[in-house]
Write a protein that binds this ligand. Sequence first.
Ligand code: ATP
Length: 296
Amino acid sequence: MAMIELDRLTKFYGKNRGIENISFSVEEGEIFGFIGPNGAGKSTAIRTLLNFIYPTSGTARIMGMDAVKESTRIRKMTGYLPSEVHYYDEMKVKDLLSYSAGFYRKDCKRRASYLAERLELDITRKIEDLSFGNRKKVGIVQALLHDPRILILDEPTSGLDPLMQHVFFELLREAREKGATIFFSSHYLSEVQKLCDRVAIIKEGKLIKVENMEEVRRNQFKNVSLFFHETQPNAIHIEGMLQDEKIPHGVRFLYNGSSKQLLEQLKNVPFDDVLIEEPTLEEVFIHYYEKGGDEA
Ligand SMILES: Nc1ncnc2c1ncn2[C@@H]1O[C@H](COP(=O)(O)OP(=O)(O)OP(=O)(O)O)[C@@H](O)[C@H]1O
């Protein structure tokens, strides 16, 4: 059974497009990334999943339950971190956490102390006295507190320093080892690259592609730089060549295809030096964003 399932999910804010016809599913035990530029529709999709906003059409299901009709049950089983956390500022962190634990009807004291210790969060402080990053940590502890089967996290790492991001990823891995399914949005490709099994790429409200990270990691994409000491050909034609750009004394391009075929084709190019590198996901995804993913 899919743990999270979006079926032609569409949300318009009046005439404004939020998301349009988004369909994909997240399987049990996956860490699934949801990535796209500002305004792509990530938060809209996530908030629809949690029934904070209603879909214009289409459906969303969590563990087979309809996101609108069974939202209370869903929220009890889900750990959710909104992109912006708003709390009762007067409250102490520990009081907020026991209040949350009450909602889940679970004694989460030990778990709260463990998470707070890992994230170096002082739970005796008042929320109003916390920095943005520390408030984010409160949100993370709250989401992980009851060992939910599903974690839905909207830009969880924004505001965390690199060390804390690392700790946070460890906590996600631990949650996954205990069987959790994790869905999180991000702008940062590097963190998706580190952590996710699959990733959905969204742009301007539309799903561009769902990609298996294992495939992306050992994908056929290469960054190729060809250097010419003297004369450079006016044009180079290589099948699978994408996004070519001029560089000093040469040309650089993203190549999509097998290395063997690349080497075959390079035989016909009078270059003096070549550099073949693994591209970052950023470079691969820029290609998706620009071309709508059609060619890949
Ligand atoms: N309450 C709202 N009223 C009107 N339009 C909205 C509202 N919330 C979001 N939108 C629009 O919906 C689109 C998707 O926004 P959304 O916040 O879901 O994107 P996002 O991918 O989460 O962006 P970011 O990475 O900047 O958080 C944007 O064009 C945005 O302007």
